[in-house]
Design a protein around this ligand. Structure first.
Ligand code: MN
Length: 726
């Protein structure tokens, strides 16, 4: 596209000239192409002022080239910054005609503009952070600042209510944002322009007063600085000295703060001396020189070098009486202190809010970008640095809005469920759906910065295990887990209750071991799962109790083995008495039936081994006796003369308080029965054990058993024998 219109030719020449002066290198073909495209795209549009719309992107490009020069890509992006939003040119087209980087910058600028539409600015700090989170390329911010600056410079033509809204947004978001980026000049101008539209009267009055004194002030300043500079040179110091009138908005702020008039603001201009050597002592040396030249006001002296401000700001503030008796504030600092002072703006965030972990990065980055600005024309490598440079600040965060326009900060990839829990745990618990920018979306939708969300709740909704698969915030995860845990605890508790009731009803005893074995056998990971399965009716407790009856009876983990008990019982009974021909013969107890005192017994002769004592009902014995009845011999436990024999009781029940005492009382109070040993284990609210007692006969033992069974906490009492052991 050839530019033929002479007026346009002049415009493009001016722009290219600005690039030539301010940029280290530039592609004039690319800039011309962007110029032509912007002109074509906006051809039929006009600004509120009545001038062609195209003037706006052109002026923005000029601002970029002249006032915040970085590179030609920024200039091209500035020319194209409004075409995607306002015309039918697409990002794809820009990508194709120019390149991906330019398309991305244009996209970024467009998106930033969209964030604030229809939003009441209530949390300016968050908005500024949101801007950072959205911006991937530093040039997006530069173009946006230039865009805002030009809009502010031409704000006259739009309706007053809109002027105020834009001015407020500029003052609260863009100006501090610019300051944060080390763009001091842009910051001052944005502030002053905002001030102009927010408080026209005060602005005009101040502007008039300042203007009327400008020449006088400049002359005065030179007059004041001259002698100082001379002395410093004499002392061989390397320094920079400058004085500048304060900007209108900062004068205004000071007037409000001190509640005074313009005439009474003593430091309308401050003088700053920056010493190149990194030696704080030089600052005091210079202070001494100044105090010899001008009379200092004692109570206005501040030494922030020996006692730095909280944000590490270091400088000497000294107020002296200048020519004509006017007060002038002088700041004295080293270059290093000066740099820290500029970074101190970054520290502002650090100290105000603790949520930032990226401030270090941001500070480094702000320093870097300032270097780039300051050295743009010198640094040939800027282009290369920039090409590899991507902003990655706050890229792990997004900023979204409530329906009322409140801003919420969330981790990247957050979903409506995260947002709901961010509002309130109750909203999270009852979250059933969400609208993002007015459209209903699934709960696992990933949110983007700038989205506006509305959460739909229902009293019948509850957190879902699946939510854990997509939520991002700690808050959401914690709340969902808490809820699920509570629900599970409830189910486990209810399942346990049912299980224990059924056990009790069936008079079954399960100790911890039995229960663990059962849980493992049924392939549950833990007992909670088992109880939950009871509640969910995945298993039938009645069936399980019936099936495990025998096992439970046999496998009760009693400490006292039957063999051991049998030995004690037999020896304490005094062995057996073999009658008839075999009286006095060697005898042994048969392993197959293991008789103990009280059991009806009989002996069986085995050639070469002696006599084996069996129970009379031993199946083994009965079959042997059928073939050789002649080998049977009569045997008895010694009895009849008031002697006792040891009997074992196997006892199970609930571990109620005082149960052991109850048992021993029940036994000893019955016919003065003696307890030989007692062995009780409690586990999981149950107890089981063996008790060896001295009884006269089986009848004595059986009545004792009946008596113990009457205790409601005792589930079972049986004679301890080989059957109930092992
Ligand atoms: Mn614009």
């Amino acid at each position: 596209m050839e530019i033929t219109n002479p007026k346009h030719k002049k415009m493009i020449d001016d722009l290219l000239e600005a690039c030539r002066i301010n940029l280290p290198a530039y592609n004039s073909v690319l800039i011309k192409k962007a110029f032509a495209l912007a002109y074509q795209a906006h051809k039929n549009d006009f600004r509120a002022s009545g001038e062609p719309y195209f003037y706006h992107p052109y002026q923005v490009a000029l601002i970029v080239a002249n006032e915040i020069p970085l590179d030609d890509v920024s200039v091209v992006s500035a020319l194209l910054h409004d075409v995607v939003e306002d015309t039918d040119i697409s990002l794809d087209f820009i990508d194709k005609e120019f390149n991906k980087v330019i398309a991305e910058i244009v996209d970024g600028v467009t998106k930033i503009g969209g964030v604030f539409k229809g939003q009441e600015i209530t949390q300016a700090e968050n908005y500024r952070k949101m801007l950072l989170s959205m911006v991937k390329d530093v040039r997006v911010i530069l173009v946006k600042f230039a865009d805002r600056l030009h809009n502010m410079r031409t704000l006259d033509f739009i309706p007053p209510n809109k002027q105020r809204r834009i001015a407020k947004e500029t003052l609260e978001i863009y100006a501090p944002f610019a300051n944060r980026f080390g763009l001091g000049q842009v910051k001052w101008e944005l502030e002053d322009l905002s001030f102009k539209y927010l408080n026209k009267e005060a602005y005009n009055e101040l502007a008039r007063k300042v203007k009327s004194k400008r020449k006088e002030r400049e002359a005065y300043l030179n007059n004041f600085i001259g002698p100082i500079a001379e002395k410093l040179l004499e002392h061989g110091l390397k320094f920079e000295i400058g004085g500048r009138a304060k900007h209108l908005y900062s004068i205004y702020k000071k007037m409000i703060k001190l509640n005074t008039t313009f005439e009474n603001i003593y430091d309308l201009f401050a003088v700053r001396i920056i010493l190149e050597n990194d030696d704080p002592n030089e600052c005091y040396y210079v202070l001494g020189i100044i105090n010899q030249l001008y009379k200092a006001i004692q109570d206005r002296f501040k030494d922030y070098i020996s006692i730095p401000k909280k944000n590490n700001y270091q400088s000497i503030h000294n107020t002296v009486i200048g020519p004509g008796g006017r007060l002038i504030e002088i700041q004295i600092r080293t270059r290093k202190m000066h740099e820290i002072a500029e970074r101190g703006v970054a520290a502002h965030w650090k100290y105000k809010e603790s949520i930032h972990t990226k401030d270090q990065d941001l500070e480094e980055w702000v320093n870097w970008i300032r270097d780039v600005f300051q050295n743009a024309s010198k640094d040939e490598a800027t282009q290369e640095i920039l090409a590899s440079f991507k902003l990655n600040l706050y890229q792990d965060e997004i900023y979204v809005f409530t329906p009322k326009g409140d801003l919420k900060r969330l981790p990247i990839n957050s979903t409506p469920v995260d947002f709901a829990f961010e509002i309130h745990s109750k909203v999270g618990y009852q979250c059933i759906g969400a609208k993002v920018n007015g459209k209903i979306v699934p709960l696992d939708t990933k949110l983007n910065s700038g989205d506006q969300l509305e959460i739909i709740t229902s009293k019948n909704q509850h957190p879902n295990k699946n939510w854990l698969r997509f939520v991002q915030t700690h808050k959401a995860k914690q709340n969902i887990r808490k809820y699920l845990k509570k629900e599970e605890d409830k189910a486990v508790e209810a399942g346990k209750e049912i299980w224990e009731k059924k056990l009790k009803k069936a008079k079954k005893v399960f100790d911890a071991d039995d229960f663990n074995k059962l849980v493992r056998k049924l392939k549950f990971e833990n007992y909670q799962q088992f109880y939950k399965a009871v509640i969910d009716e995945k298993i039938n407790p009645d069936e399980i109790i019936n099936q495990t009856e025998d096992k439970s009876e046999k496998d009760d983990g009693q400490d006292l083995s039957f063999d051991k008990f049998a030995n004690i019982a037999r020896s304490s009974a005094g062995g057996v008495v073999v009658e008839g021909d075999h009286k006095g013969f060697e005898y042994k107890y048969a392993k197959c039936c293991n008789p103990i005192p009280g059991d009806p017994i009989i002996g069986f002769v085995i050639i070469g081994e002696g006599i084996k004592i069996h129970r009379k009902d031993c199946k083994n014995l009965i079959s042997m006796a059928q073939n050789s009845p002649e080998k049977l011999v009569t045997a008895n436990w010694p009895r009849g003369n008031g002697t006792y024999f040891v009997a074992g009781l196997s006892i199970k029940g609930e571990d109620a308080p005082g149960i052991l005492n109850d048992i021993s009382n029940s036994i000893t109070s019955f016919k003065n029965t003696n307890i030989k040993s007692i062995n009780i284990n409690a586990n999981d609210s149950l107890f089981y054990g063996t008790i060896a007692v001295l009884v006269n006969d089986l009848d004595h033992l059986n009545r004792l058993i009946e008596r113990l069974k009457k205790n409601k906490f005792i589930y079972s009492v049986e004679r301890f024998d080989a059957e109930s052991s092992n």
